[in-house]
Design a binder for this molecule. Structure first.
Ligand SMILES: Cc1ncc(COP(=O)(O)O)c(C=O)c1O
Length: 481
């Protein structure tokens, strides 16, 4: 192969690539099944050219309201002006970004600032590049703290802590762990159930449990807020058992739920806090495992242990610089206060919509701007379908929020997705920079979709999906359900 004569794509030509080519390359080299899933909902036809604040702008002139915000990674919205400026400022300095042999002032400053905003006593930080790594870091830290004497974790059903091999051990959804070997049979408990948790600890007579891993509000599980007092009770149970409480605030962190971290609203101080997503302000890829210095010392305090847990890109100077600015914006613009106020208003509006359609919408869940619309199970009859009633019902039962989201995209210029672990909940996570005016059309749009009637919605969306992918593809999809 002569590398010099290869016809490679030039960066500068990418914006002008036609959509057909983009889809072809995605199918050929990335995740073809994901493109099919996008095609079912018409997402493959949308070409995003620009993104600003809570909006996405398409090549053909549409403005879409983003109600996904990259699952909570875009509290700052897209391309927040201060984030864009911070990136420019950092790049113009031409300082070293990737350098592990010398202490970085940016990484030091970010850790210092995080130690001020984290729950009391959490002042030791490990930087990584994603949410799953932040949780992996927490699990490994706990295992090392107990130096092999404890080697298991309690975790919750329907939790999602990442998709790498370690976090899959504590992720409570079988779909993601099929064919993945288990380290051991670690206790999984229903989320929000204090008695079940107490029983799991009580059953551990040999004291093998090193930690309890929880999301303070389950995100992908369907925006599940546990009963009041659950987190406090969980913290106390872990403490009495001598195990660490690991809270995963990857999704709930940095203002999303109405306080900077959800654990503050519950008056709980974990032993380890995992963050990522909006730590980077939408422009940096960064996560962090934050704990007490004493635990950090126990795990990695000796000189010959200081390289036992590292990451080439983790805490690189550019990411730390951007995260410094992201945190400043989070506080200056009072994201937590905005989420609390706007969230209370939006939830109230969505409750009013639910009251008009009680047979379809079961509940409005969540707090702050971490909201979800829960639907009743949808059962249709009398709809003609090439898949037969059972096939169609199976799809509708598992993907109704996806169908709903496709309608919001097609007719209302809104992007809202389903939750990974709950087929009945539609995600509503706007950017925390959104104003009431930005969000004002949301309840009306949801009401309008509901008012068209579930049967009509499903029939039309299904016909569109069949047109785009063909009935054969859908039949194959159903086969390995
Ligand atoms: C609560 C929670 N923890 C961890 C993760 C994993 O984060 P990442 O996708 O950055 O690995 C997610 C992802 O959505 C999440 O919601």
């Amino acid at each position: 192969m002569n590398l010099a004569t290869l016809d490679l794509v030039r960066l500068q030509d990418v914006p002008d690539l036609d959509q057909e080519t983009v889809l072809r390359w995605h199918r050929a080299h990335l995740n073809p099944a994901l493109i099919t899933l996008m095609q079912l909902g018409g997402y493959d036809e949308v070409r995003i050219e620009r993104a600003q604040g809570p909006y996405l702008y398409t090549r053909d002139g549409r403005r879409l309201l983003d109600l996904v915000s990259s699952y909570g990674a875009l509290n700052h919205g897209h391309n927040h002006p201060r984030m864009v400026e911070a990136a420019r400022w950092f790049d113009e300095r031409e300082t070293a970004d990737l350098l592990k042999e010398f202490p970085s002032p940016y990484t030091a400053a970010l850790a210092e600032n995080l130690s001020h905003v984290a729950p009391p006593g959490l002042d030791a930080v490990f930087f990584c590049n994603s949410g799953t790594e932040a949780v992996e870091g927490a699990l490994k830290l706990a295992l090392r703290v107990f130096a092999g004497a404890r080697d298991r974790f309690v975790y919750a059903e329907e939790s999602l802590h990442g998709k790498t091999l370690g976090t899959l051990q504590v992720t409570g959804r079988e779909k993601y762990r099929r064919h993945v070997p288990r380290f051991a049979d670690w206790p999984m408990v229903p989320f929000g159930d204090t008695q079940a948790l107490a029983a799991a600890f009580a059953a551990d007579r040999e004291r093998r449990i090193a930690g309890l891993v929880l999301e303070p509000i389950q995100g992908e599980g369907g925006v599940v807020v546990p009963p009041a007092g659950y987190l406090c009770a969980a913290a106390e149970l872990a403490r009495r058992h001598g195990a660490l409480l690991i809270l995963d605030e990857v999704q709930t962190g940095f203002g999303r739920t109405g306080t900077l971290f959800r654990c503050a609203a519950e008056d709980v101080v974990p032993d380890v806090l995992c963050v990522a997503k909006s730590l980077g302000g939408g422009l940096a890829t960064i996560g962090a495992t934050i704990t007490r210095a004493s635990l950090q010392r126990q795990a990695y305090g000796r000189i010959n242990e200081c390289l036992v847990h590292t990451s080439t890109f983790g805490g690189r100077a550019r990411s730390a610089a951007l995260a410094l600015e992201a945190l400043a914006v989070t506080l200056d613009e009072d994201f937590a206060g905005r989420a609390a106020e706007l969230g209370a208003w939006l939830k109230g509006e969505l409750e009013a919509v639910r009251a008009k359609h009680p047979d379809v919408v079961r509940a409005v869940r969540g707090c702050g701007l971490m909201l979800g619309l829960e639907f009743h199970p949808v059962k249709l009859s009398g709809l003609a379908s090439p898949l037969g009633a059972a096939g169609l019902n199976r799809i509708v039962d598992s993907y109704f929020p996806g169908i709903f989201g496709a309608e919001l995209l097609a007719r209302h210029d809104m992007v809202a997705s389903f939750m990974l672990n709950n087929p009945r909940v539609l995600r509503i996570y706007p950017a925390l920079v959104a104003t009431r005016a930005d969000l004002a059309p949301v309840p009306g749009a949801i009401d309008a979709v509901l008012a068209r009637g579930v049967s009509r919605l499903v029939a039309e969306r299904f016909a569109g999906a069949v047109r785009r992918v063909g009935v054969k593809t859908i039949r194959e999809w159903l086969k390995d359900w």
